[in-house]
Structure formats: structure tokens, C-alpha cells
Ligand binder design. Structure first.
Ligand SMILES: *Cc1c(COP(=O)(O)O)cnc(C)c1O
Length: 477
């Protein structure tokens, strides 16, 4: 399997060649040269598979430069019941990504039982093992530099902690994450994990990461890498659980299922799109946004209008507070019939801070052929949804999952099972749960004292040079 850039001006590469990089050299995102397709017979066989077998069935079609035995070993090491059972004592430990039935035809796909209690663990844990494997094979190391407003940073750190040849430098605003999120990262004592608390906001952190990455000499000298949501391996790993959920809620492959996905950077729902392209009978992919409704606006009107960072609202589902959706280009590439010149033209506008409109060309009419639809949610909606789900089903959901459920229910169709993706556990967003339910969410066992643990964090000004100096001092440890 070769990977090509959505902008068509970069050479095709293999999976391992694109694993450690971010954007393609022409500024595009890597996608498979052609989507493999599972035939009817293969889907019948897959129905009987457990999570690891499904992971192998999907990933072995997308990765052909890791020997079979090694890929299997990586998958087996990643997807263990132990790693994915920290979140909830009452979930079914024997299963990875269990599906919880709320009522006939309505399900919650539990993706938040990994080490950091958010769905990002589903892919990031695999990425950690893939990185280590690739770096040993290439005889090199990498210094991962990232900025986080919460979930990404902790998922990356728990995936990379203790890994050989990998160091993580994670920038986060000194104030702004929940106390739980802060403590998750800053209590890590592993020598290869460096937490940098920046005196500023998330956008300052992101600017510093951009500045450092634009210094090509520094980037090369210190072997700077990234694990952000455009990473293809992360998207690929997220495809697996769509298969898992589909088989869990249907009795035969003649049935269709709709998925509702709380969305920010469009990584999670992009994986759903790819699952559909691989032949999974998905009816609708429902994109749920919060008040930052860039994506909902597109799927309603055909206009993609990324906002400036200053326009981004801070909401009670903060992991979806984005101004542009970094994986969206992958979908638009397919929507244009894989017309790279077209994508180049569209994103040259986006990169200049402009918007584009796909209605006049008729391209927008094709969106429904790809199953996409959307909606948005706000603070009052998510509080009401958390309350409704608690009262009606006795299940506590977090604010992001609530956005997904609220929008999903608006698009529910009789006779079509609806699976809502759970993207985090309520324990991470205590204040909102107190507001909705008048009580604190349960903590998973072993996390009761998280905020009391000693923290290991370096506080610094929002200053690129200071961050560079810090990396230079620690890049060879
Ligand atoms: C990252 C995240 C999202 C958004 O996922 P995307 O792949 O960026 O669309 C939604 N909910 C939670 C809890 C997250 O951490």
C-alpha cells in the first residue's frame, strides 16, 4: 500500500515512511493510494472476530511494510484488556471497546476505558508501539513536540512513557485544563516525558510549536516529530472500532448502521468515512459539533469557513473547541473524486485565511452519497442531555459524548441502529457533571488521589527561545 498526498505534489510513500512525519512536503495529508475493499465473504468472517483480530484484518490491508508476525505482535501488545479496562469497573473487561445498549436501536460505543479516559487512547497506544518499532528499525530517535488543551497531551504521554528512543515535550497552558487533566499529565515521573506549562493560552502553545517546526535547522538537528491528529496511523487505528461496533449491533451484514461522532479536528469521523470506503455498511455519519460549528456549517451549507483562533469559543466540551478541522482535507479529497489540483486550489484559499463554497460547482450535492450529515450543540443542550441519559438509562456521560448524543438523536431513523461514540469519561469534566446532576462523577479505581500526587512540570513564559533552549538541554538525555 502506497500513500499519496491530497495535494498531489509529493512522492508516494510507504506506511513506515509516513509514520513519523506530519504533513506531506507539499502541505497535504497522506491518504491510501486506493482504498482496499472488504468483500461480502470477508465481512462474514470478520463478524466472528475479537478486537485484536479485527485490528489485524483492518491494519494489514493498510500496512504492508511491517512483517506479518511483527504487526501481529504490536497489535497484541497494544490491545490488551488490561490497558483498556481502567476506565470503568462495571464495563465488560473481556472486551475492548464494548457497546452499551441504552434502548432498542440506540447504543453507546465505549472508547474511553484506556489509561487517560478518552477515546484518543484507542489509537495513541498503538502509535506508541509503532513509533518504538520504527525507530529501533531505523536506528534513530525522535523528540516529539506537541501542544495540548487537554486530552491529546495526556493520551500521547501515556502512550510514549518509558518507550525507547522517544522523548515527549508537551506544551500546555498553565491554567485552562481541568484539574484532573492537568494532574494526569503533570504527575507522570517518567524521564522521557517533559511537561512544559506555558504562561499563556492554548494558542500561544500552538504558536510556539509552529515556530519551532518552522526552524528547519533546529527541527533537523533535534529530530523533532509530532503525534497530532493528522497522523495517518492514528486515523487508521480508529477505523477498527467502527467495525467492532457494527458487528456488535447487527445480526447480518445486510443491515446498515448510523454513527454519531463528537467532532473537532475531524479525525474520529474521518475514520468512519474510511471504514465506509473499506466496505462497512454504514448508513449515516453524523458529525456533531459544539458551539464551534465550522463543520456543521459546511455540512449544512457547503461553505467551509475556518475561524481565526481569536474567534474560537471556550466551551464545556473543550476538546472540540477548534477553529479549523485539520483532517477535513482527507474527506474533501475523496469528495472531489480525488482531484488533487482542486484540493490545492481550495486549500490555497484556506491557507490565506479565506473560505470556500462547494455549492456552486455541484460538489456539495455529493456529500450525502458519502453518508454525511451534521448538527451542533450548546452548553444548555449538553447539560440537558447528560441529565436525560442519567435519568432515563442510569448512564453517566461526559460533555463531548452528550453533544454527540444530542445531535445523533436528531438524525435517528426508525429501523436503523444508531451508535453514539463515547469520546471521554465524565470524571475528566467534573464541573459540568456537578452542574447537570448535582453530584460528582465517579473516579476509576486508582485515580482517587490523582491531584494529590507529586507533579513534575516546568513553568515557563510563552517564549519560543525558552522552549528551544529547554529541548536542546534535554534532547540527548
Ligand atoms: C479529541 C476529542 C474529540 C474530537 O475528536 P476529533 O478526532 O478531533 O474530531 C472529541 N471529544 C473528546 C473527548 C476528545 O478528546
Amino acid at each position: 500500500m502506497r500513500y499519496i498526498s491530497t495535494r498531489g505534489l509529493a512522492p508516494a510513500q510507504s506506511f513506515l515512511e509516513i509514520l513519523l512525519g506530519g504533513l506531506a512536503p507539499d502541505g497535504g495529508l497522506y491518504v491510501p493510494e486506493a482504498y482496499p475493499r472488504f468483500g461480502a465473504d470477508e465481512l462474514v468472517t470478520m463478524r466472528g472476530m475479537d478486537y485484536r483480530q479485527l485490528a489485524y484484518a483492518v491494519l494489514s490491508r493498510l500496512i504492508d511494510d511491517i512483517p506479518v508476525g511483527e504487526l501481529k505482535a504490536l497489535i497484541d501488545r497494544t490491545y490488551t484488556a488490561e490497558t483498556y479496562s481502567h476506565g470503568r469497573p462495571d464495563s465488560d473487561y473481556s472486551q475492548i471497546a464494548p457497546v452499551r445498549r441504552l434502548e432498542e436501536g440506540l447504543y453507546l460505543l465505549e472508547l474511553s476505558n484506556g489509561p487517560t479516559l478518552a477515546f484518543k487512547d484507542m489509537a495513541m497506544q498503538l502509535l506508541g508501539n509503532l513509533f518504538e518499532y520504527a525507530l529501533i528499525r531505523a536506528g534513530r530517535d525522535v523528540n516529539i513536540l506537541g501542544a495540548t488543551s487537554g486530552d491529546t497531551g495526556s493520551a500521547a504521554e501515556y502512550a510514549m512513557r518509558g518507550k525507547r528512543h522517544v522523548r515527549v515535550f508537551m506544551l500546555a497552558p498553565e491554567h485552562g485544563m481541568t484539574r484532573f487533566q492537568q494532574a494526569q499529565m503533570w504527575s507522570l515521573q517518567d524521564a522521557n516525558i517533559h511537561n512544559l506549562a506555558i504562561r499563556g493560552v492554548f494558542d500561544d502553545c500552538q504558536d510556539i510549536v509552529k515556530n519551532v517546526s518552522n526552524d528547519l535547522e533546529f527541527k533537523a538537528k533535534y529530530r523533532i516529530g509530532a503525534v497530532n491528529s493528522i497522523n495517518w496511523a492514528r486515523v487508521a487505528a480508529q477505523v477498527i472500532y467502527y467495525f467492532k461496533a457494527y458487528f456488535a449491533v447487527t445480526a447480518s451484514n445486510d443491515e446498515q448502521v448510523s454513527f454519531s461522532v463528537p467532532s473537532g479536528n475531524f479525525g474520529n469521523v474521518c475514520a468512519g468515512h474510511i471504514a465506509r470506503m473499506l466496505g462497512l455498511p454504514i448508513r449515516r455519519l453524523i458529525v456533531a459539533t459544539n458551539e464551534n460549528d465550522v463543520l456543521d456549517e459546511f455540512f449544512r451549507t457547503g461553505v467551509y469557513r475556518p475561524r481565526g483562533a481569536a474567534e474560537t469559543l471556550h466551551t464545556s466540551s473543550p476538546s472540540m473547541d477548534i477553529s479549523k478541522a485539520s483532517n477535513f482535507e482527507r474527506f474533501v479529497f475523496d469528495l472531489t473524486g480525488r482531484d488533487a489540483a482542486r484540493v490545492r486550489a481550495l486549500w490555497s484559499a484556506v491557507d490565506r485565511g479565506q473560505s470556500f463554497d462547494l455549492k456552486p460547482s455541484g460538489l456539495f450535492d455529493r456529500v450525502s452519497e458519502f453518508g454525511f450529515t451534521s448538527g451542533s450543540s450548546n452548553h444548555a443542550n449538553r447539560i440537558a442531555t447528560i441529565r436525560m441519559v442519567w435519568q432515563r438509562y442510569g448512564t453517566m456521560i461526559d460533555t463531548h459524548t452528550a453533544d454527540g448524543l444530542k445531535v445523533g438523536l436528531e438524525h435517528r431513523e426508525p429501523g436503523v441502529p444508531l451508535v453514539c461514540l463515547e469520546t471521554a469519561l465524565p470524571a475528566k469534566f467534573e464541573d459540568a457533571i456537578r452542574e447537570a446532576l448535582g453530584r460528582a462523577p465517579e473516579r476509576p479505581a486508582g485515580m482517587e488521589d490523582l491531584e494529590q500526587r507529586p507533579q513534575r512540570v516546568e513553568v515557563m513564559e510563552a517564549d519560543t527561545q525558552a522552549v528551544k533552549d529547554y529541548i536542546a538541554r534535554h534532547a540527548e538525555d
